[in-house]
Design a protein around this ligand. Structure first.
Ligand code: CP
Length: 309
């Protein structure tokens, strides 16, 4: 198979295993490109991409922009906080105005779950979901699995635990879909109040004891508490959360094997992960960021190939 089964990247839920392998193989090529002295290819000289962000971002926004520029696409950056959205303009009107400028692809981050799906039904451009509320963050999950594959050789058969605020995390849901599609064994770990009811129906296990979860896994993906999405108190204090669900070097060193530590960022040092873990050789956090550019180049390139047909 040499093309994706989808015309938009709205969520991992809509991909199949072959799509993921095609994205990884394409990213392997682009990773080699971005490590050359000349890091740019002329592949998308005829494509214009708008990055529209209705929520804050550091990694995703910069990574998409860099990926687009490395592919020689023309790039428009739109930040809702500095736009006419502040004067009451709707999402559809905003995007249709941008599309009138002959834009082929829209990368969108939005606080509302399903915003990308809604947009894909109302506009002609190809849509990439860069995070929609607590729903999905597909390129994050792709770069996470790609980073596991790079460090451990394969994702199939690996034991991966996702630790923290599962309830409010788009990274958790996209990772669960991606890891299960590739044949990994997945558990979630965190305070019971932050584990969605019926999550086992997605084929994942629940472990409330962090030590047991770490003893089981090959990889621990540490998530931050999504304070911006908490409407009530889900645990007594941050100090108690850290005592029960924070990973320290002392805890890692007490295990009888060396596990891989991941984090999508932004990190809250000293809360879900200590600095000596984040900066240790077990951590692949900055490899994840580097791989994000290659993965996003692959996704954009493969979706743009379908526009050109
Ligand atoms: N991982 C991630 O989505 O980070 P940003 O919010 O900084 O884009």
């Amino acid at each position: 198979m040499s093309e994706l089964s989808v015309n938009h990247l709205l969520g991992i839920k809509y991909l199949n295993e072959s799509d993921i392998q095609l994205i990884f193989e394409t990213a392997d090529h682009f990773k080699e490109v971005i490590n050359r002295s000349i890091k740019k290819v002329p592949s998308l000289r005829d494509i214009t991409i708008a990055n529209i962000f209705f929520e804050n971002s550091t990694r995703t926004k910069l990574s998409f922009e860099l990926a687009e520029k490395r592919l020689s696409a023309d790039v428009l950056n739109f930040s809702a906080s500095q736009s006419s959205v502040k004067k009451g303009e709707t999402l559809i009107d905003t995007v249709n105005n941008i599309l009138s400028m002959k834009v082929d692809m829209v990368v969108m981050r939005h606080p509302n779950p399903g915003a990308g799906i809604f947009l894909s039904r109302h506009v002609s451009a190809s849509i990439i979901n860069a995070g929609d509320g607590a729903h999905e963050h597909p390129t994050q999950a792709l770069l996470d699995s790609y980073s596991i594959r790079e460090r451990l050789g394969d994702v199939a058969g690996k034991n991966v635990v996702i630790v923290g605020d599962i309830l409010h995390s788009r990274v958790a849901l996209s990772n669960i879909f991606a890891l299960k599609l590739q044949g990994a064994n997945v558990k979630v770990c965190g305070p019971k109040t932050l584990i969605p009811k019926h999550i086992e129906s997605l084929g994942v296990g629940v472990e409330l004891n962090l030590r047991k979860a770490l003893e089981w896994c090959d990889v621990a993906n540490m998530l931050r508490i999504q304070n911006e999405r908490l409407d009530i108190n889900y645990f007594p204090t941050t100090r108690e959360y850290t005592q029960q669900f924070g990973v320290s070097k002392k805890l890692l060193d007490s295990l009888d094997k060396e596990i891989v530590i991941m984090h999508p960022g932004p990190i809250n040092r000293g809360v879900e992960i200590t600095s000596d873990v984040a900066d240790s050789k077990q951590s692949i956090i900055l490899n994840q960021v580097e791989n994000g550019v290659a993965i996003r180049m692959a996704v954009i390139y493969l979706l743009a190939s379908k526009i050109k047909q």
